[in-house]
Design a protein around this ligand. Structure first.
Ligand code: ZN
Length: 302
């Protein structure tokens, strides 16, 4: 399966086997500054060159899965809107199917990453779990009674907009105090820049934790706010395990340990759900895209 994960910073791609093994992994910058048409062209080029590379390496590609941020109409394969890419109503499924002559499925990046954890990752074989994806924003997938909770409008699990942070800070969604304004990779960057005037990536800030007091304060806010959000979600759904995934989860125990301590402190009267960091980390979106591709292959050429 060819998997493509379109983010606001990079477009990742890989050919992925049914066991989740990745080959031909590639990353190219997302040319957001050049406009949405250029992003779509870059995606088409990446897909075409990966299919050609797979063919010349004798790796079968039966179908294509693409995951994108923002609002997605998965049934029509349309990327409806993404603030960090600037596109609206792009018929990705039809465009890529025509380009490649293969069945294509399009899905939401966070939901696909959650699906990857449920099928092949840290939430496999659990009937009650929660996957929280910490990327540019924050979103989650709730598994309850063995089923992924969809909700009335299909947007259950939007933990990023639980108002557990400073209520004077306005979120991109229009509300105040949203979790993702404090605990996403972008928020860590923003809070550090507000204190110091220097713009660093979240990974660079994490790397400075031992010797930089501003980094330490920002990380404390990020992890404490995340723990408060997890407490709210865990009290509602009673998961056996909470999986932290997405780019920020690359921080590993540096993320897990303070969040786990505050998570437990927030529920002193009950056993705390197990808190783990995803082993798929930043690749969960790609693996999720491959699972969508598997579904597309099952349906045959559309
Ligand atoms: Zn919000």
């Amino acid at each position: 399966m060819l998997a493509l994960d379109v983010g606001g910073t990079t477009i990742k791609s890989a050919v992925i086997g049914s066991d989740g093994a990745r080959q031909l992994t590639r990353t190219v910058p997302t040319p957001v500054a050049d406009g949405p048409a250029k992003v779509v062209q870059t995606l088409r080029d990446a897909a075409r060159s990966q299919v050609a590379a797979a063919r010349s390496a004798d790796i079968p590609v039966a179908a294509v899965g693409v995951v994108v941020p923002g609002i997605v109409d998965a049934s029509r394969g349309v990327a409806r809107y993404a603030a960090n890419i600037g596109w609206s109503d792009v018929p990705l499924r039809d465009l890529l199917r025509d380009e490649l002559g293969l069945p294509v499925e399009v899905g939401h990046d966070v939901r696909a990453a959650g699906l990857a954890e449920v099928e092949l990752g840290a939430a496999a074989d659990l009937t009650d779990a929660m996957i929280v994806v910490l990327g540019t924003g924050i979103a989650g997938v709730v598994v309850s009674g063995g089923t992924i909770v969809q909700g009335h409008a299909g947007i259950a699990g939007e933990i990023g907009h639980i108002p557990v942070g400073n209520l004077e800070i306005r979120c991109n969604c229009g509300a105040f105090g949203c979790l993702e304004m404090f605990s996403s990779a972008r928020a860590v960057s923003r809070m550090y820049a507000e204190r110091t005037g220097s713009t660093l990536g979240a990974d660079e800030i994490v790397a400075r934790l031992g010797q930089d007091d501003d980094a330490r304060q920002v990380w404390r806010t990020a992890t404490a706010t995340l723990a408060r959000g997890l407490v709210c979600a865990a009290l509602l759904t009673d998961p056996q395990r909470v999986v932290l995934a997405g780019g920020l989860s690359a921080a590993g125990d540096t993320l897990r340990d303070p969040v786990a301590a505050a998570f437990a402190a927030g529920m002193p009267w009950r056993d705390t759900p197990e808190l783990v960091v995803s082993e798929l980390a930043g690749a969960a979106g790609l693996v999720g895209a491959a699972l969508l591709a598997r579904d597309a292959a099952g349906k045959g050429p559309a």
